[in-house]
Design a protein around this ligand. Structure first.
Ligand code: PHE
Length: 340
């Protein structure tokens, strides 16, 4: 390399050696490689030279430029490494400090109950259907024989999202969705939250869990419904539990019933848990109204169906002896941990 060029490179090397920060590095690199730096000065002179001289010097200038670039790049990497190493040494983590373990969560009693019920029904050949909390007015009411202006809507006053969309007031909407999508025989359950405008107290909440049961087939009778309910109630609350069936009214079942279980605490004698009545209200049920079958595309002359909706919160309270529903929603891990 030309002596003058070699000197430039030497000078750059000396300067770079002393640099400790990026800011200075940028400034120094501009002195050599910048627009008005040493290298561009020499480039400008090229035009006054002969072709042969241009070729020789041009090549050398390229070599110089590459060497300078490498010099500054290496320095930049060196500075980056130094910054990183300093950071790492300052931010050392002491892995030997003992930690306070964060508490594990626990399965919520209502979820335990749901799982239990799902297992029970799946063993008996029922299909589990997943529904959505947000439902259309049609599936929640219309298709269940509750047209607009029907007084039964008031019994289930709900949270409207818009005129046609609601937070479902019951899991019964899944009856319709199931019947629309498949022909009998149908044996399905569906479980999840339902919503109704309600004041919160020891036994009421605007959000509550339900389990829907639907069976549609050729010779389904009310006796099948009652037998099914008896089975599940005894499974959950004990063999001694008895079911009491009362006539009731739902627009989507005919006839309709409500069913109570003998209080598992006093066995029917009367105590504080059952408010001295000996019974606990558990569910609404009935034979699927022919109009509901028809609206969902099922021939009501051939098929009959039964349906039931079990309130899970009430059931959890009884099964686990919880006297105030609000306790189940306080998210108090120590309280919830007791339930297995
Ligand atoms: N959906 C009714 C309720 O939430 C219960 C029910 C379900 C009644 C199925 C009859 C048949 O009150």
């Amino acid at each position: 390399m030309d002596k003058q060029l070699q000197e430039i490179l030497n000078e750059a090397e000396v300067k770079v050696k002393q640099i400790k920060d990026k800011q200075t590095l940028i400034q120094v690199s501009a002195l050599f490689l910048g627009k008005n730096g040493a290298l561009s000065g020499l480039m400008k002179n090229l035009k006054n030279l002969s072709n042969e001289e241009k070729r020789v010097l041009g090549e050398q200038l390229n070599t110089l430029r590459d060497s300078l670039n490498k010099l500054f790049k290496d320095k930049e990497n060196e500075i980056d490494d130094a910054i990183l190493n300093e950071k790492l040494s300052k931010e050392k983590v002491d892995v030997t400090i003992p930690v306070t373990p964060s508490p594990y969560g626990t399965m919520h009693p209502i979820e335990i109950l749901k799982k239990d019920l799902i297992d029970y029904f799946i063993e008996r050949g029922f299909e589990l259907k997943d529904g959505t909390d947000i439902e259309t007015d049609y599936y929640c009411f219309e298709a269940l024989n509750v047209p607009k202006e029907h007084p039964a809507r008031e019994m289930q006053d709900t949270f409207y999202i818009d005129n046609e969309t609601v937070l479902r007031t019951h899991t019964s909407a899944m009856q319709v969705r199931t019947m629309e999508s498949q022909q009998p025989p149908i044996k399905m359950i569906s479980t999840g939250n339902a919503y109704r405008i309600d004041e919160v107290d020891a036994t009421h909440s605007p959000i509550f869990g339900q389990l829907e049961i639907l069976v549609v087939d050729k010779n389904v009778t009310l006796a099948d419904l009652i037998g099914t309910l008896e089975g599940v109630v005894k499974y959950l609350l004990g063999e001694k539990t008895e079911l009491r069936v009362r006539p009731s009214y739902f627009p989507f079942t005919e006839p309709s019933i409500e069913a109570d279980a003998t209080c598992p605490k006093c066995g029917g004698k009367g105590c504080a848990l059952c408010k001295e009545t000996g019974y606990i209200e558990l569910l609404g049920a009935g034979m699927v109204h022919p109009r509901v079958l028809e609206m969902s595309g099922i021939d009501s002359n051939i098929y009959k169906g039964f349906a039931a909706g079990i309130g899970l919160d009430r059931l959890a309270m009884i099964k686990y002896g919880v006297s105030d529903l609000r306790d189940l929603y306080e998210n108090d891990i120590n309280l919830l941990k007791q339930f297995k």
